[in-house]
Design a protein around this ligand. Sequence first.
Ligand code: MG
Length: 211
Amino acid sequence: MKKPSLLLDVDEVICFSMYLEYINEFLQESYSIDDFTEYYLEESVIPKEKMEEFNKFIAEKNLYEKPTILPGAIESIKKLSEYYEIFICSDCINPFAKENSGIMYKNKYDFLYRTFSQDIIPCKNYIFTGTKDIFVADVQVDDLVRNFGSNVPKKILFPSYHNKEVPEEFLKEKGIIRAGNDWREGWNILEKKLIDNFDEKQLKLKKTVFK
Ligand SMILES: [Mg+2]
C-alpha cells in the first residue's frame, strides 16, 4: 500500500531563511521575527526609497546558507517520512525582485539536499512553485492560508508571526486546522497531529483530527 502524500512548505515551516538577518544588516537594526505581523518583512521596515538598494544588496546573498531551523523540524520530518511520502512544496520567487529570483531555486535546492537524506525526502519530490493550490495530496502543511487549495482534504496551518490574526471562523470554513499558535511549538503539535492520529491499518490520518 502506498503511503499518503504530504505537501510540506519550507519557509517559516522548516526554516527561517537569512532574510531577516540581512534586513538587520542592511538597516543596522536588530529586529526579531516576532516583531512582525505582516508576511513580507521588507514591506514593514525597508523605506520605499531604499527598496532598490536593498534588492541589490540581497541579490548577492545566499539566504539558505545558514537558515534557522525551526525547533524539532528535522527530527519530526524524519519520523513523518516513515508514515508519509513527503513532497516539498515551496515558492522561490521574491515578488519584489523577480528578475533575481533564479538563484533562490538553486540555494533552496542545495539546502534541502544537504539537510534531508534521499530516503527522507528524495530530490525528485521537490516542487518549487508559487501556485501551490493546484496540487492534489492527502495532507498539506503551510503557514500561508492562500496556499491551500481545494484538492487537499487535510490542511494544517503552521503557526507563524503573520498568521496569528487569521479568524478561526475563516479557517473552519476552509477546513484548515492550526498546529498551535506559536512557531516554537509548531513541530511538536504537528508531529502529534500527524503521527498520533495515524491509522496504521488504513495508512491514513483519522478523520477525528479535523473535527
Ligand atoms: Mg511558508
